[in-house]
Design a protein around this ligand. Structure first.
Ligand code: PRP
Ligand code: URA
Length: 209
């Protein structure tokens, strides 16, 4: 699928496997989500433009690359996307932060919006949209719909685990956005949870169940 990158680094796969374990507690779960987000961000940002600046090293002068003044925003899908923010900020500490609050109805699995706040000039920014889970795809599609309504043109969605159904739905709805996935799992179960998955990402990050 064009614009879809499934990451294959063994360190990433190892950390995702540890997340899946139901015996992994809240503290370690949070640490892993943050580390995974940093590893995914490293890949997702490999096409950031650079520009040359002149520096004087202890040896000589040289024209060397730095990140060009690209404006970035990290916009997590609440709640679980919050767990990925600091991993990405470790790479791009000056990025602005937005929030898109969505929850899935337990019966219909449809996303419901409850809070949205974006940095100014969002239409001029590269937007990184993290959410650990892409299940039916409803939440990610709604979040990208919203960002596009606000004028965003360059969006990179990052998820740790995707169901094939959700990945196809998001790509079909928004073929222009870049999608980065840590692992594509088997399927969804009757409650629209990812199998094997890791359970409810928000509850595991925040310790709410
Ligand atoms: C989870 C997850 C995604 C969504 C994925 O959030 O973090 O946002 O479900 O499911 P979908 O692809 O079928 O839309 P949830 O709605 O449980 O909210 P929470 O993060 O507040 O727990
Ligand atoms: N949301 C989650 O947190 N986990 C799933 O498996 C599906 C949706």
């Amino acid at each position: 699928m064009e614009n879809v990158t499934v990451l294959d680094h063994p360190l990433l796969k190892h950390k995702i496997s540890m997340l899946r374990d139901k015996n992994t507690g809240t503290m370690f779960f949070r640490i892993l989500v943050e580390e995974i987000a940093m590893l995914m961000g490293y890949e997702a940002l490999r096409d950031l433009p650079t520009q040359l600046v002149n520096v004087e090293t202890p040896i000589t002068e040289a024209d060397v690359p730095i990140i060009a003044g690209k404006k970035l925003a990290v916009v997590p899908i609440l709640r679980a996307g919050l767990g990925m923010v600091h991993g990405i900020l470790a790479l791009v500490p000056t990025a602005k932060i937005g929030h898109i609050g969505l929850y899935r109805d337990e019966v219909t699995h449809e996303p419901h919006e409850y809070f949205c706040k974006l940095p100014e000039n969002i239409d001029e920014r590269l937007v990184i949209l993290p959410d650990p889970m892409l299940a039916t795809g409803g939440s990610a599609i709604a979040a990208v719909d919203y960002l596009k309504q606000q004028g965003c043109k360059h969006i990179k969605f990052m998820c740790i685990i995707a169901a094939p159904e959700g990945l196809k739905a998001l790509h079909d709805a928004h073929p222009d956005i870049e999608i980065y996935v840590g692992n594509v799992d088997e399927c969804l179960n009757e409650n629209a949870y990812i199998v094997p998955g890791l359970g409810d990402a928000g509850d595991r990050i925040f310790g709410t169940k």
